[in-house]
Design a protein around this ligand. Sequence first.
Ligand SMILES: Cc1ncc(COP(=O)(O)O)c(C=O)c1O
Length: 443
Amino acid sequence: MKAESTPGTDQPAWLSDDRRCVWHPYTQMLTAPAPVPVERAEGVYLYTPDGRRVLDGISSWWVNIHGHNHPRLNRALKDQSERLAQVIFAGFTHEPASRLAAELVERTPSNLTRVFFSDDGSTAVEAALKMACQYWQNQGETGRDLFVALEHSYHGDTFGAMAVGGIGVFHSRFSRFLFQVRHASLPPGSLPSGERTRLTGPPPLEEILEREGERVAAVIVEPLVQAAGGMLIWPAGFLRRIRELTRERRIPLIADEVFTGFGRTGCMFACQHAGVEPDIICLSKALTGGYLPLAATLASEEIYQAFLSHDHSRTFFHGHSYTGNALACAVARENLSLFDENGSLGRVRELQQLFEERLDRLKEAPAVVEVRGIGALAVVELKPEGKGGYLDQRGTAVARTLFERGILLRPLGNVLYFLPPYVITDEEAHRVFDVLEEVLQEA
Ligand SMILES: Cc1ncc(COP(=O)(O)O)c(C=O)c1O
């Protein structure tokens, strides 16, 4: 059914309610262009009420993998809604959450045995940080008051997640409200290109642990790809080194795979590129294939065991109203089945090859500083207008032109990236690169 239109336009009438009442995320409401209404979506395309078809080149903020409006995911949602949508998850349980937990334990590194559900990437990280703190406290170690994260990291927008984040424009205004974190340096080759020859930077992890290791509750990293920090890609060897250093000191390692999880980098989880077993892993985003908010924080048996006690104060007192939501868990299970049946990992590896070939052609374009990629992620770092970084407008200008040509890419400052649902065809992916080439030649 077509929505009622505002007289004299082809825009739906409800858009005036958006203008009057909605505060959008990551949007300067005074100056941002009006949001694009989306009426429906199918496969890799979004459809607007005025008849435009736009290729979703960012998987709807990194969540969609099998395409929009997938009949199997729709069916799983409908079937579950006719049985049970939601029930309190403390003291109660249900099949979708229990089965999903078992499937996640099966798929993640083998030391991870317990699944704690929450709602989104940020809450998955909050749960992980709190688990790590209390893991020590429950064993009588109360001096562990420090976390270590990497520079340019992003772990979400809630306060704990912001504390371990390292993106000035998002986090620094809140810094005096955040708990103590030391940020460790990235390998120089993985820094934004403008910083590679810097003379000073944060210390390496070795140095921080040498100095303050006894105070560290956990080290948290985004394995291999620091996404919101500018799609910075680092080598698997660096993750192995982080694991060695944390293991030597018995410090839990938290792998935030909210972005990298479920195949994006060419392995089911990015840790697997390095053969690394983290003590805690955070999952969300593609867990439901882009359908519903759901997250899972998986812990090792050692972490879990530290919470078992006849002393009730050692309980993990954490939870959210929708923890283990039955609809989301049912869709997540179907999403995982599709992943296997579609051979999604194989598809990501094919896409990686196509992306590499096409990125290679782009790297000589005058507007481009560097290209990089991994799995189904292609990154083009553009010559910045100013110093680069998230507030740089270069990417926005290019993305606007791409959008006019039917392609949605949302930049991170001067970093443009292409991160489509895995079901994109070769032809569609080539078209994105063709248009990108055209636009970058003009830029
Ligand atoms: C690595 C990582 N962790 C956590 C988050 C936060 O997830 P959410 O936006 O679902 O809260 C994000 C979001 O982009 C992320 O990329």
